[in-house]
Structures are given as structure tokens and as C-alpha cells.
Ligand binder design. Structure first.
Ligand code: VGL
Ligand code: ZN
Length: 203
């Protein structure tokens, strides 16, 4: 069984959103077309409480982009984004959600971030995604969504390490690019971990 994972296709990651990803909205028609080609579609949502430790606003005197230590882990500070039940946390209105069988929320613990859809950044707690996929008989996953250099990357690395045959659909993703080249670097790391890189035209 082959599943398509839609990673964090949420308003706050779109142009004009709180943590905007350049051209993030351009993936929408690509992702909608892709969904028709998969038996199982699963989505993740970044889903933070207002007091989340990844928000610069929750650390007096700290700025967006600074790195702090959060409960023993390095943490990049982000703008307030994807607050639970806020419009910014909702899926992009153009995303076809009819085929989504299950949604995994992540980043709900204020004390730790969760870029991957499988585990928090300390690999301490699982989100339930691995169990869900295994119970559905999924052995291979393809990933698309936002952002290539954060949540898509860490989800793909975990998927490959957990033993799923893992494919990144490159043109159905966009990166944050805090530093120029981050997206290319992320693709190199994924390749090195055994992730196949492909384009929607050949799926
Ligand atoms: C993400 C930064 C912070 C992402 C989420 O979805 O890639 N990036 N939270
Ligand atoms: Zn986040």
C-alpha cells in the first residue's frame, strides 16, 4: 500500500501568512492532482498552543530566527504560527480535503517542537503516524507540502529510517529558505538517507 503524506499545507505557510513560504500556494493544484493517484492520503497539521516554546514572542528579548535552547534542544525561534483552531492553522482553502483519511497534529506540547509528522524533535514521543500507516498496510510513502527544508525533510528522514520506501515529490513542495540554499541542502540530506526524489509529472 502506497500513501501520500500532505505535510502542513496550512494558511500560515502561504504567501501573506505568519510564516510565509515563497510560492507555497503554487503547490496546491499539483497536490490536488497527485491525490487522485494514491489509494491513501494522510495529512499533517502544525498545531501549536499559544504558549508554544518555538514562538519568539514567548521569550522576552529574543528575536525571530535566533536559536535558543528549549528543554535541552536547540530551537529556532519562529513567528507565532499555526495556533490551534486559528485561521492560520487551517488547510489552504484550495486544498482538496475530501480524500484525506486521517490527520495527524503535531507541535502540541509547548515544551518541544515537532517538525516531523512521526516524532517530536527529541524523538521522545511518537505522533501515532507510524502505527496508523503500519495498521493500514502501508509500506511506501510519498511526501509533498511545506516546508521542504523543515517539516517535509524531517518527516521524510523519519519515514526512511522507519523502513518505509520514501519518495519526495519535489515540485509539490517549497522551502522556507531561512538561508539561501537550504532547500537544495535538505534534498541532498534526504537523498543521502535513501529518499527517492521525483517530480509529479512522473508519479
Ligand atoms: C514548519 C517551521 C516551524 C514547517 C513548522 O511546517 O515546515 N517550519 N514550524
Ligand atoms: Zn511550527
Amino acid at each position: 500500500m502506497h500513501a501520500l503524506l500532505l505535510i502542513d499545507i496550512q494558511n500560515d505557510f502561504m504567501p501573506g501568512g505568519a510564516l510565509a513560504v515563497k510560492e507555497g500556494d503554487q503547490i496546491i493544484p499539483v497536490v490536488n492532482a497527485l491525490q487522485e493517484k494514491f489509494e491513501l492520503v494522510i495529512a499533517t497539521q502544525d498545531w501549536h498552543p499559544q504558549n508554544h516554546g518555538s514562538f519568539a514572542a514567548n521569550h522576552a528579548g529574543k528575536n525571530i530566527g535566533e536559536i535558543i535552547e528549549l528543554n535541552g534542544l536547540p530551537q529556532i525561534l519562529w513567528p507565532v504560527h499555526c495556533v490551534q483552531n486559528s485561521p492560520g492553522a487551517a488547510f489552504h482553502p484550495g486544498l482538496n480535503t475530501k480524500k484525506i483519511k486521517h490527520t495527524i497534529v503535531k507541535g502540541t506540547d509547548p515544551g518541544i517542537d515537532s517538525y516531523s509528522g512521526f516524532f517530536d524533535n527529541g524523538h521522545k514521543k511518537a505522533t501515532g503516524l507510524e502505527e496508523y500507516l503500519k495498521q493500514k498496510g502501508v509500506d511506501s510513502v510519498s511526501l509533498c507540502g511545506l516546508a521542504t527544508d523543515y517539516c517535509v525533510k524531517f518527516s521524510a528522514l523519519d519515514a526512511a529510517e522507519l523502513g518505509f520506501k520514501t519518495t519526495l515529490i519535489r515540485d509539490a513542495c517549497r522551502g522556507v529558505e531561512l538561508s539561501p540554499g537550504d532547500t537544495e541542502q535538505a534534498i541532498c540530506e534526504m537523498k543521502a538517507t535513501g529518499v527517492q526524489i521525483t517530480d509529479s509529472s512522473v508519479v
